[in-house]
Design a protein around this ligand. Structure first.
Ligand SMILES: Nc1ncnc2c1ncn2[C@@H]1O[C@H](COP(=O)(O)OP(=O)(O)OP(=O)(O)O)[C@@H](O)[C@H]1O
Length: 181
C-alpha cells in the first residue's frame, strides 16, 4: 500500500502529477474537492468561497478537518488499488493524520518551482482570473503559507524540482508512483 501525498505552491505542478496518476490508473483523491463539496453543502459557490470554507472547516472541526473528510475516500480507493495519490496537502496536522492512518505507506512529495516560473505557467494555463494576476497569485500563496504549507514542504520525503520540461516532470512522477519508496 502506498499513499503518495503532494504539496506545492500554486502552479507548481500538482494538477499535472494528478493527471499522470490517473493516466497510470492510480486513483486520485483531491483535497480541494472535499472543500468544494463542503461549499455546496453550505449552499456557497466554490469558485468564490473555497478559501473561506477551508478556513471555517479548520476552525469548526480542527486542523485535520479536511484530512479527516478525505480519509474515507482514500480508504475506499485502497480497496481497489495498491497506490493512491492525494492531491494538495496544506498543513502539518494533515501530515500527522495521514502518517497515523497509513504509517510508512504515506509518502509526501513536495513539488517546487520558483515564483516567476509558476507565474508564467499559470498565465499560459489561464484557467481563471487569478492565473493571470500576479498580485492575486501572491495573495493566494500567502494564504496557503498561512496554513503552514512551508513547513509541510520542508517535511516532505521527496522533493521534485519542476523546473525543466513537462515531459521530464511527468516521467519523474511516473517513477515515484511505480518505485518502492
Ligand atoms: N515542467 C513544466 N513545463 C511546462 N509547463 C508546466 C510544467 N509543469 C507544469 N506545467 C503547466 O503549468 C500549469 C500549472 O501546473 P498545474 O496546473 O499542475 O499546477 P498546480 O500545482 O495544480 O496549481 P494550482 O494549485 O494553481 O491548481 C499547467 O498548465 C501545467 O500544464
Amino acid at each position: 500500500m502506498k499513499v503518495l501525498g503532494t504539496v506545492g505552491l500554486p502552479g507548481s505542478g500538482k494538477g499535472e502529477a494528478a493527471a499522470v496518476a490517473r493516466e497510470a490508473g492510480v486513483p486520485v483523491v483531491t483535497m480541494g474537492d472535499v472543500i468544494r463539496e463542503a461549499c455546496r453543502d453550505r449552499g456557497l459557490d466554490p469558485a468564490e468561497h473555497h478559501g473561506s470554507v477551508a478556513t471555517a472547516l479548520r476552525e469548526e472541526e480542527g486542523e485535520t478537518a479536511i484530512a479527516e473528510r478525505s480519509l474515507p475516500l482514500i480508504e475506499s480507493s485502497l480497496e481497489e488499488a495498491e497506490t493512491v495519490l492525494v492531491d494538495g496537502l496544506r498543513s502539518p496536522a494533515e501530515i500527522e493524520r495521514f502518517e497515523d492512518a497509513f504509517g510508512d505507506g504515506f509518502v509526501l512529495v513536495s513539488i517546487e518551482a520558483p515564483f516567476e516560473t509558476r507565474a508564467e505557467r499559470l498565465a499560459d494555463r489561464g484557467r481563471d482570473d487569478t492565473d493571470l494576476n500576479r498580485e492575486a497569485l501572491r495573495a493566494r500563496e500567502e494564504r496557503e503559507l498561512g496554513f503552514g504549507m512551508g513547513e509541510v514542504m520542508d517535511r516532505a520525503d521527496v522533493t521534485v524540482q519542476n523546473t525543466a520540461s513537462l515531459e521530464s516532470f511527468r516521467e519523474r512522477i511516473r517513477e515515484l508512483l511505480e518505485d518502492d519508496l
